[in-house]
Design a protein around this ligand. Structure first.
Ligand SMILES: [Zn+2]
Length: 425
């Protein structure tokens, strides 16, 4: 008998609140009727894409898997490096365990997979952030070179850098080709169109709605390719979001305050030369790091002056208990509609306007913000079609997906297997 196939499809920034609209679209509707559903999935903190996807892969909160932000703390660089490489993950992933057990793994723009030894066909999520790099070069270096080269040769004309919706069109063409030519056992797919449109146009914008329609079409194309290959009925499909988004009205730049306090020193271009206290924004929330030269009490007192935009100030111990970076000095949560940016040489506060380049909606907020949940649906062999669970957590997904393959993590996870999603449990 062959391996149980699993396709994991991540719809970035798809929330529980999108389900009603999705039901009106043909392919979502077709899949929802065949699926077991978790209506509300609680994300992780801060709810940034790389942390979320790594929590899905490991069943752990970020402080345990080590991906505590999208980017590394590199205040002196104008474009910091992202957590692009799998070696930054400090625990076993679904990819590792499936691969060790003989599963053939393909991954399309799944975060934090660069140079992974557990992925047979890997198109990584990476972009050139240094002047001497280009897209093809960084993709070849971090992914499976021959596979990436072939995808680029066949479908590269569909792509326009990391612009959407072209990137997801390119992705879908590559996925369909891979289903037909490689027939992977485990497929991980990350669609980013909706997240991009929500950031630039707002949660309920017509552009976001159009992105959900395109998502539906991509799902249709994938289902069709699977059916043509005769593998649709034997494959478990898990479709889920990583976080939702919240509309913004004001951006806050805490490093402007820290620079005024003399805690940040900059060169003539505004690049950070030295710092005693620095903010590393995660948009809806923000890490504060201190080198110990400024007392925590002084930092706390400064932050307390802004109760209109800051909802909660968590200290290090509390941040760790919430699963965030245990090395931060504080983690602060923005009030709904506020979000944090890193610059130290722009206004402290700036209003989001139709015409300016600020994000119209974003994420990074606490998982417990109202109406901020995402969802999970699973269909295929062993799945309890029609089952509806009201509430689960993102960290439950990894153990549940491995269980679907008849596998498990070698050590205990924060997440639990959602047995109710399966038949005969
Ligand atoms: Zn995301």
């Amino acid at each position: 008998m062959g391996k149980q196939k699993l396709y994991m499809i991540s719809l970035d920034a798809f929330g529980s609140k999108d389900l009603d609209y999705a039901k009106t679209l043909p392919n979502f509707n077709y899949l929802l009727k065949k699926s077991a559903l978790v209506k509300n999935v609680e994300t992780v903190y801060p709810s940034l894409t790389y942390m979320c996807h790594t929590s899905i892969l490991t069943g752990l909160y970020p402080h345990k898997h080590g991906i505590t932000h999208n980017t590394k703390l590199q205040p002196s660089k104008s474009s910091p490096d992202w957590f692009w490489y799998a070696q930054d993950i400090q625990s076993s992933t679904i990819f590792d365990i499936a691969h060790e057990n003989g599963w053939n793994v393909a991954s399309f723009l799944w975060p934090v997979t660069g140079k992974s030894r557990s992925i047979d066909y890997n198109l990584t999520e990476i972009f050139p952030n240094r002047s001497w790099q280009n897209q093809v070069m960084v993709s070849l270096y971090s992914g499976s070179p021959f596979f990436v080269y072939q995808l680029d040769k066949k479908f590269g004309k569909l792509r326009n850098g990391i612009m959407q919706p072209e990137l997801d069109e390119f992705l879908t063409a590559g996925i369909i080709d891979t289903i037909k030519t490689k027939n992977p056992d485990l497929m991980a797919i990350h669609f980013v169109d909706l997240d991009y449109m929500r950031h630039h146009h707002g949660v309920d914008s017509k552009q976001a709605k159009a992105a959900i329609q395109r998502m539906d079409q991509h799902l249709g194309q994938i289902i069709r390719a699977m059916k043509q290959q005769g593998i649709f009925d034997e494959t478990i499909l898990a479709i889920f979001g990583d976080h939702y988004q919240i509309d913004t009205h004001t951006a806050i730049r805490l490093n402007v305050l820290f620079r005024q306090e003399g805690w940040i020193e900059v060169d003539k271009n505004g690049h950070v030369k030295k710092w005693k206290v620095i903010a590393q924004p995660a948009e809806g929330s923000c890490y504060i790091y201190s080198n110990g030269e400024v007392s925590d009490q002084s930092i706390f007192e400064l932050l307390q002056l802004y109760p209109d935009c800051i909802e909660v100030i968590y200290n290090q111990e509390q941040a760790n208990a919430l699963g965030a970076d245990p090395d931060c000095t504080f983690l602060i949560e923005a009030k709904r509609g506020f979000y944090f940016l890193p610059e130290n040489n722009k206004p402290f506060m700036e209003t989001v306007k139709e015409k300016n380049s600020l994000y119209k909606a974003t994420h990074g907020y606490s998982p417990t913000k109202d109406n901020y949940e995402t969802f999970l649906m699973m269909s295929g062999p062993t799945i309890n079609t029609g089952m509806v669970i009201e509430q689960a957590r993102l960290v439950d997904e990894g153990p549940t997906f491995l269980h679907a393959l008849g596998l498990s993590f070698p050590t205990s996870t924060d997440g639990k297997i959602l047995f109710d999603l399966f038949e005969n449990q």
